[in-house]
Design a protein around this ligand. Structure first.
Ligand code: ADP
Ligand code: MG
Length: 729
């Protein structure tokens, strides 16, 4: 029998590069050609319908039945002109994936058929909600769920081979109106943020009528050959390797980062980019990442709702395009032990319809006060609600990154760079208590408007160890996991900043009422915030043990695992920011936390089953086969008259291998026993049970499996090895 792994390796070595078909000579020829964008709407909608959609996009106003019919007709005609024969509401349930349920446009009529698409079908659909996670909402209420059109994100056509489907971005809610997805809370948080930010912007700029959060994500991922992937049940079902010895050549040489892109991967990237560009996803950068076989792509930033949809769409496309190239994309946060994991930096800022980036230092003192106001309020928000940000990125996958001596630590801190640190220190010093009149002067004397713009952009040191960093004109939340839906961390980000800005405005108003000048009041509150949020600022090495100690002294949380981080959602502060503001009802929030615990439990339980299966059905049999070879060899040597003393190597190997086999079997048995005793619910205590009682066996078992991998005949080892998955292209 030939070893399946060896056959797969042979396949990999002989792979031909599949060069993609480009959609045109230059990107602008086909960019957004599959999007029902402004140009398409102008062409396919009446003036009245066009205006109504535009207003709805801006203000969230309701669209009348007649207008919805008109929009649906226009959208259908556009989609059919592109070759679409079906449509679907496209939504983001709490599974973390996107979901769709396709319907055909045609309806039989007379002998034949006609294509129809009504306003009703555009605005609302009723997929069966009962198979999506709801955290008990569906148990107590109706199983029915609704998807409702989100005019803020443009409809698009998904092409799969020759099949084309019109996809309508929607939110997903229960029969009783509770949100069952990631998008509805995000939209609410954006609305809240706008309401909170506008009055603050108006202190400086009376013309602004809109404030939107912007998001530019950076997506990291690994690629593995399909033939090898298919021999790894752990990659297939858990998304990460649960066993595997470290390769002789890891990332310690650091020669992969920004290195030349392998041709096969380049072909995949081109193909992916073409698909993205047709869908109006503004992907612009691509490069190798730190780990071998790890890569990154990033778009131009967009309004947060659209950016979130585009990232979800991208992850879906990546998977599909990779398969065309006989590759598999790994979006897991930590597919391989011992080398870097993958994140998804969320670059976040705020911009106005008057064209201002509120986190971009201006060229005048007045603009700088605006900048400082938002800059300091974000820091204060993170300082107040760091625990919520931590909770927003909690997942079983991300636990392998956060606090595991790489990527950002589990401690949330803010990096602002030495220049801005000095500016804040200066403000704190100069804006002394009580001397109201001098406040404005004090800012002017700082002269920061002369220095900030130039110095900052090239001076915000790239401290890669910080989970949350100011990078010149935006904040970068780096602790987000690569497989996460950005909507959740962005919802929390929007919410905490909104809450903070409301406090700020109230405090400034109060000082002004007491006779303080506007600038004076702003500076005084800013100064107070600087003092109050100093604890969250950290410029040093976030991976160091010294920082863990220091953070503890400062009272910053350092929660390394998901079940415990989720507890932050049940605190008074969480309620204040998430429930009192109307983003979630108490019930929705509780339901969500239950869903997240459930995910965690499922994940650990699945991994436990896979690791047991790998150990008992693949690893131990291979080890025994090798032992039998050794035994036969020892026996043969004896028959040949070779003295027992000279078969020491074989005997040592036998003893070593046998020791590992026993340890594996013993630990698998113990793990199974513990797992079988786990309660069958989705409570916090059950997820903690899995975390504390089941998960620790993974490393125990793995240590012995990995030791066996280094001892056993390479021809007998069944699982593709790290060096093969990471280095063969
Ligand atoms: P890095 O050095 O972290 O890799 P890049 O320059 O590659 O940073 O990526 C920066 C990301 O930040 C891009 O996705 C970009 O669109 C985004 N970005 C830039 N300006 C803003 C902004 N005002 N709001 C949100 N995201 C932004
Ligand atoms: Mg970045």
């Amino acid at each position: 029998m030939t070893n399946a792994r060896k056959t797969a390796l042979h396949t990999v070595v002989n792979r031909e590069i599949i060069h993609p078909q480009l959609a045109g000579a230059k990107v602008s020829d086909y960019y957004a050609s599959n999007v029902f964008n402004d140009a398409a709407m102008r062409e396919y909608l009446s003036d009245e319908a066009y205006k109504a959609v535009k207003t709805a996009m801006k203000t969230g106003t309701k669209i009348s039945r007649e207008i919805a019919d008109a929009v649906a007709a226009g959208m259908k005609n556009w989609a059919i002109s592109k070759g679409a024969i079906s449509y679907t509401h496209w939504f983001q349930p709490l599974t973390g994936l996107t979901a769709e349920k396709h319907d055909m446009f045609f309806t039989p009529k007379g002998d034949g058929a006609i294509e129809v698409f009504s306003g009703d079908a555009l605005v609302q659909q009723e997929p069966d909600a009962s198979s999506f996670p709801s955290g008990g909402i569906r148990a107590t209420f109706e199983a029915r769920g609704y998807t409702a059109w989100d005019p803020g994100s443009p409809a698009f056509i998904m092409e799969i081979g020759d099949g084309k489907t019109l996809c309508i971005p929607t939110i997903f809610i229960s029969y009783t109106g509770e949100s069952l997805d990631y998008k509805a809370p995000l939209l609410k948080s954006s609305h809240l943020l706008e309401e909170a930010a506008l009055p603050v912007v108006h202190l400086f700029d009376k013309d602004a009528t809109r404030v939107t959060a912007t998001l530019g994500w950076e997506q990291e991922y690994f690629l593995v050959d399909e033939a090898l992937y298919n021999l790894r049940p752990d990659l297939m079902f858990a998304g990460r390797t649960l066993v595997g010895a470290a390769p002789q050549k890891g990332q310690q040489f650091e020669d992969h980062y920004f290195g030349s892109i392998p041709e096969r991967v380049y072909a995949f990237m081109l193909d992916l980019e073409t698909e993205c560009h047709k869908l109006g996803i503004p992907i612009r950068t691509r490069h190798n990442e730190v780990a071998p076989a790890q890569f990154e792509c990033a778009p131009m930033f967009e309004e947060v709702n659209v950016a979130v949809d585009h990232n979800q769409l991208l992850m879906d496309l990546m998977d599909r395009v990779a398969r065309r190239h006989k590759l598999r994309v790994l979006l897991h946060e930590k597919p391989f032990a011992g080398i870097n994991g993958s994140g998804k930096h969320n670059n976040w800022s705020l911009s106005t319809d008057t064209g201002k980036n509120l986190l971009s230092p201006g060229k005048t003192p007045k603009n700088n006060l605006l900048f400082l106001t938002f800059f300091v309020n974000v820091i204060k928000a993170v300082s107040e609600y760091a625990d919520l940000l931590r909770a927003s990125i909690a997942s079983a996958n991300n636990d392998h990154r956060l606090g595991a001596n790489e990527a950002p630590p589990a401690i949330i801190s803010v990096f602002i760079g030495s220049f801005m640190k000095d500016v804040l220190d200066e403000i704190e010093k100069r804006v002394a208590k009580g001397k109201y009149d001098e406040l404005t002067n004090a800012t002017l004397k700082l002269d920061i408007h002369k220095k900030i713009p130039d110095v900052l952009l090239d001076n915000t040191d790239r401290n890669r160890t910080s989970p949350f960093a100011f990078t010149g004109n935006k904040f970068e939340f780096r602790a987000v996991g690569s497989s996460a839906n950005c909507a959740l961390p962005m919802t929390i980000m929007n919410a905490i900043v909104a809450r903070q800005l409301m406090h700020f405005k109230a405090e400034v108003d109060k000082l002004m009422k007491d006779g303080e000048s506007k600038d004076g009041a702003i500076m005084r509150v800013i100064r107070q915030y600087i003092t109050e949020s100093k604890n969250i600022l950290f410029e040093g090495d976030g991976y160091s043990e010294a920082w863990e100690k220091e953070a503890k002294k400062r009272g910053l949380s350092n929660v390394k695992t998901t079940p415990y981080a989720l507890d932050f959602y049940t605190t008074r502060k969480a309620k204040e920011v998430l429930v009192d503001t109307g983003i979630f009802s108490q019930r929705e929030l509780e339901a969500r936390v239950e869903v997240y615990h459930h995910h965690y439990i499922l994940k650990i339980d699945t991994e436990a089953r896979i690791i047991a299966d790998l150990a008992l059905n693949q690893v131990i049999p291979a080890a025994i086969e090798y032992m039998n070879k050794l035994i036969a060899n020892v026996r043969g040597l004896k028959e040949a008259g070779i003295s027992a003393a000279t078969v020491k190597a074989q005997k040592d190997l036998l003893a070593q291998i046998n020791g590992h086999i026993n340890a594996i079997k013993d630990n698998v048995d113990k793990m199974n026993a513990v797992r079988e005793k786990a309660p069958h619910d989705s409570s916090a205590s059950t997820s903690k049970y899995y975390c504390d009682k089941v998960k620790p066996y993974f490393n125990e078992i793995r240590t012995h499996v990995d030791a066996l991998e280094t001892l056993i005949d390479d021809n007998l080892w069944p699982l593709p090895k790290y060096r093969e998955m990471l280095f063969i292209r």
